[in-house]
Structures are given as C-alpha cells and as structure tokens.
Write a protein that binds this ligand. Structure first.
Ligand code: 3PG
Length: 209
C-alpha cells in the first residue's frame, strides 16, 4: 500500500449512493492514473458502493474512509476494504483494522494526538483537516519532532496546493474530494474526473520526480 502511494501519492475520495455511479467514478479515476481509492462511509449505500468497486476494479486498491467505530471497520473489511481511514483517532478502529490485517490511517492534527497514535505503534497518520489545522507549516513542525511519522494531509487539498503539500518531506500522500466533483458526476461527466485525476498525477510526478 505505502509503496503504491510512493509511486502515485494521491488518494481520491469517492462518495456515492449508487454502486453504478461509484464504479464509473472509480474507473474514471483509474483511467486518469489514480488507483488507490477511498470510499467514504457517509451514505447509507457506501458499503455496497465500496463492495461494487472492489469487484469491478480488482487491480485498484480500494479502502474505506470516514470509519468512526470498530463495528464500521469490521463491516468495511467484510466488504473488501484494503485500508481504513478515520477522521480522528479511535483505538477500537485501530484494533479492528489490525485484526483484519489492513493498514489504518487515523486522523490527527495536534502533537498529543500524534504522540498517542505513535504509542499505539502507528507511523502513518492522516492529517485532518489539513488546511484548517495549519497546512504545511504545521506539518513541518510536527515532522521536525516526530521524525519517523509520515502524514497524509486531507481537508482543503486541491490541485492548487497539492505540489506544496507533497514537497514536505514527512508527507507520504495527499487525499481529497476535489478529484470527484459532485456536480460533474451528477451530470455524468466522468471525463472531467479523469482529467482532474491526470492533472493530480502529473503534479505528483513533478513534485516527487
Ligand atoms: C476527508 O474525509 O478526508 C475530507 O472530507 C476531505 O476533505 P476535502 O473535501 O476538503 O478534500
């Protein structure tokens, strides 16, 4: 998973209520060069959408985001999640993910949260909400103290600041919803999603060489 993110350090978010739309959106992302996909558990149909993507795109790495509880993590794992992301840090979610044998990326944005996660043995953390929590200066400050921790900033990341985030040495990858605009998807304009994915993959390539 983390080797994959080193190659293409961008994780698009997919929020869907219809498995067909979820598949078409994910296919558009893969066509644009992004094949690590986070399906957020924010709709009643999110699990079905994730399972449908897992089946339709077996070569993509599909995980579950916005996982709030151990129970939700267990359901996501049963539906085929290859990684688990949370907005905050919850030990139950961490344990359930570990039991399922998949990486877990809980959200943090203070030194105490990073330290708590570090003491749980975690070394890769989501930094959320990145823009509001201090952006790249905060990431640099955290990185200078927690030398073996890698961050995945999400929340306020877009094509306009992706390169800046990826230039921070402690940043493993960035995530976000800018790659899957609801209005384009509602209009069936999946080419727009592919174009955004390709643009992000290009920015990542320039930032990482
Ligand atoms: C997340 O769950 O990571 C955030 O909702 C992403 O934030 P964004 O919508 O600003 O990309």
């Amino acid at each position: 998973m983390e080797d994959k993110l080193l190659q293409t350090p961008v994780i698009p978010l997919v929020q869907a209520s219809d498995p067909e739309v979820a598949i078409r959106t994910s296919k558009a992302l893969v066509d644009g060069g992004l094949d690590v996909i986070e399906v957020v558990m924010r709709t009643p149909e999110a699990l079905d959408c994730m399972a449908a993507i897992v089946e339709a795109l077996p070569d993509a790495i599909v995980g579950a985001g916005t996982v709030l509880s151990a129970g939700q993590a267990g359901s996501a794992l049963e539906a085929g999640a290859k990684f688990i992301v949370s907005p905050g840090l919850n030990e139950g979610v961490v344990e359930a993910s570990r039991t399922g044998g998949v990486p877990v990326y809980p959200g943090v944005n203070t030194p105490s949260e990073v330290q708590t996660a570090w003491n749980l043995g975690l070394r890769t953390l989501k930094f959320f909400p990145a823009g509001l929590a201090g952006g790249t200066p905060m990431l640099k400050a955290l990185g200078s103290v927690f030398r073996d921790v890698k961050f995945i900033p999400t929340g306020g990341v877009s094509a306009s600041n992706l390169g800046e985030y990826l230039a921070v040495s402690s940043v493993l990858a960035c995530g976000g919803s800018w790659l899957t605009p609801a209005d384009e998807i509602a209009a069936g304009n999946y080419d727009a999603v592919t174009t955004l994915a390709r643009e992000a993959a290009g920015i990542a390539q320039s930032a990482r060489g």
